[in-house]
Design a protein around this ligand. Structure first.
Ligand code: AP5
Length: 213
């Protein structure tokens, strides 16, 4: 099964994507995480992506599509995929359709997670991320056992560079302008879209997603 998690920054795509992939034995393909790993490793892709990410803008479609196609091509044919943060533009969605078709796959479900901006802003303000292993915590819920230290690898946690208030406002605007139109793009396909309230607790939201699949 190929499932897309769609929704604004901070709505919980990463949190829910990890749980869903673990529960189903699927690949969690989070383009933001792949880009951040490239930045940590200093690859040409990471260096190119940095200026867009830090400004809260989208990384150009051609770079993202090439990255996703490489990751998809390396997967076993029967491996399910949770797409988190991709596609984010109509051209990316078209490119995904083509790439999946070439692999005899298709988009089975698009789960749209929804929450008010005030909830998103508060969650992002509380997020602390591990720059080494990518684990995500939140000072308001799911705080690390030791303040500022990653439970999994012991690295010092950081506030993501794009999680400052001004950049968050731009990310929300970019979402409304460039990504939200994807809901209409997929609404034309019968039975594909599922809208899930994202303001509940983590477990409640996961149940909603699993039920909708
Ligand atoms: P990306 O990393 O994808 O960021 P995003 O879409 O802005 O989403 P976030 O990671 O901020 O939030 P999330 O929905 O995953 O929420 P999370 O689970 O962490 O992209 C970053 C940048 O990379 C983009 O701006 C762009 O530049 C570039 N990029 C990536 N993909 C691209 C693409 N396809 N095309 C072009 N550019 C691309 O949760 C947030 C916080 O809330 C956490 O602290 C979490 O613990 C907490 N939380 C989660 N669920 C709950 C809950 N139910 N209750 C309470 N707290 C919760």
């Amino acid at each position: 099964m190929n499932v897309i998690l769609l929704g604004p920054p901070g709505v919980g795509k990463g949190t829910q994507g990890v749980l869903l992939a673990e529960g189903k034995g699927w690949k969690h393909m989070a383009t933001g995480d792949i880009l951040r790993a490239n930045r940590r490793e200093g690859t040409p892709l990471g260096q190119e992506a940095q200026k867009y990410m830090d400004a809260g803008e989208l990384v150009p479609d051609d770079l993202i599509v090439a990255m996703v196609k490489d990751t998809l091509a390396a997967l076993p044919q029967d491996q399910g995929v949770v797409f988190d943060g991709f596609p984010r533009t109509v051209p990316q969605a078209g490119a995904l359709d083509l790439a999946l078709e070439q692999l005899s796959r298709n988009v089975d479900r698009v789960v749209v997670l929804e929450a008010e901006d005030a909830v998103l802003v508060k969650r992002i303000a509380g997020r602390r991320s591990c720059p080494d292993c990518g684990s995500v915590f939140n000072v308001f819920m799911n705080a690390p056992k030791e303040e500022g230290v990653c439970d999994k690898c012991g690295a010092a946690l950081v506030h993501r560079p794009d999680d400052n208030p001004e950049t968050v406002q731009n990310r929300l605007a970019v979402y409304r302008e460039q990504t939200e139109p994807l809901i209409r793009f997929y609404e034309g396909r019968e039975g594909v879209i599922a809208r899930i309230p994202g303001e509940g607790g983590v477990d409640e939201n996961q149940k909603g997603i699993v039920t909708a699949l």
